[in-house]
Design a protein around this ligand. Structure first.
Ligand code: ZN
Length: 252
């Protein structure tokens, strides 16, 4: 059930016929894992907490650095030096005390990552390195959990949704497994703040659609954002039947 306070807090989205009270209840009953509380994880965590996703599991091993604040708007100047998880807990609890917050401090190994993915309904990859992205993808495929994946570097952003519950859905490895410049990090290549804000906001939107059950998710499609020209492009992404990560899933 939703309290009067919750009906009021979420009234502007409950007004949408695509969400309504039923969709809001589905959000309240949902649990999402956010891997990485940086530039992408900031809008993701803020918007999902604000929207009333019932439980947010927050994973990050890093602490807040002054160079983060240009884009990681979840954190602020007094939180420099604090762990990102603790900084996020304080901010999100103040934003919406209705949301249950579960901290996951420290780096996730294969076992703890599998457990973290198994404990939620949906995963948002907001990390900044290829190894983590591959590990999160493998855990999501193994557990059959949808993965909302975003990336931004320099002036380019990418976004896609991988849903192992769907027969045709590719996984992250189908798309990126052959290697690319994914190893570049923002600390080396640079990135503009509103671009990660944009891609993270789109990740939050995709998560709300999947959890509340409305709209058409970005499955089998890769959205490319060019910040320099303000152009969006979309590529169709097919599942690789030979993919070592998800191929066996359909192999029988
Ligand atoms: Zn695959």
């Amino acid at each position: 059930m939703l309290s009067d306070q919750e009906l009021l807090r979420y009234s502007r989205q409950i007004l949408l016929p695509q969400i309504d009270v039923d969709g809001q209840l589905r959000l309240k009953q949902s649990r999402a894992l956010i891997v990485g509380l940086g530039g992408l994880g900031s809008p993701v965590a803020l918007y999902l907490a604000a929207a009333g996703v019932g439980a947010l599991h927050l994973a990050d091993f890093d602490s807040v650095d002054l160079t983060n604040l240009q884009r990681q708007v979840l954190h602020d100047t007094p939180s420099v030096g604090q762990s990102k998880v603790d900084s996020a807990l304080a901010r999100l609890a103040a934003l919406n005390p209705e949301v249950a917050l579960r901290p996951l401090r420290g780096a996730l190994d294969a076992d703890s990552l599998a457990a973290a993915v198994a404990a939620v309904d949906l995963v948002l990859d907001c990390s900044d390195n290829f190894a983590t992205r591959e590990a999160v993808n493998a855990a999501c495929v193994a557990a059959g959990k949808p993965l909302v994946s975003g990336a931004a570097i320099r002036l380019e952003g990418q976004l896609s949704v991988f849903d192992p519950r769907s027969e045709d859905s590719p996984c992250y490895h189908c798309l990126y497994g052959h290697g690319s410049e994914a190893e570049l990090t923002c600390s080396e290549a640079g990135v503009v703040g509103p671009l990660v804000g944009l891609v993270g906001s789109l990740q939050a939107l995709e998560a709300l659609k999947l959890l509340a059950g409305f709209g058409e998710p970005l499955v089998g499609r890769l959205l490319l954002v060019d910040a320099l020209t303000s152009r969006f492009r979309e590529l169709r992404v097919r599942r690789d039947p030979q993919c070592p990560v998800c191929g066996a899933r359909h192999g029988q």
